[in-house]
Design a binder for this molecule. Structure first.
Ligand SMILES: [Zn+2]
Length: 110
């Protein structure tokens, strides 16, 4: 797997995640509890929606950390090796997820 392609894919995904994060900031803001104009049900709806937005953001933040760690490995020429056993990670595997950290064997051991 060409590392330049991996880097490009990683940077692209980081961009997408950041854009999603920015676009959903409003949805993650705490729901106003004292707004009288909104009925009880729609308020509960809004709170449920908000907690889902927060959960999604959490997942995005986790993924961003994983992607940034992969970028660091690229910079330090440690990219493409299993973090558990040090073996090469199959190119096909990196092609599916360029930020993957384990080889198939170690992944299956988890
Ligand atoms: Zn391994």
């Amino acid at each position: 797997m060409d590392h330049a392609i991996c880097r490009k894919k990683i940077l692209q995904e980081i961009d997408e995640l950041r854009a999603l994060s920015d676009g959903s900031r409003e949805g993650r803001a705490p729901v106003e509890l004292d707004q009288q104009s909104v009925g009880r049900l729609s308020r509960m709806d809004a709170m449920l929606q908000q907690s889902m937005d927060v959960a999604r953001e959490e997942r995005r933040r986790h993924r961003l950390a994983v992607l940034n760690a992969a970028l660091r490995r690229l910079d330090e020429d440690e990219y493409g090796y299993c973090l558990a056993c040090g073996e090469d990670i199959l190119p096909e595997r990196l092609g599916i997820d360029p930020a993957v950290t384990l080889c198939v064997t170690c992944q299956n051991r988890r």
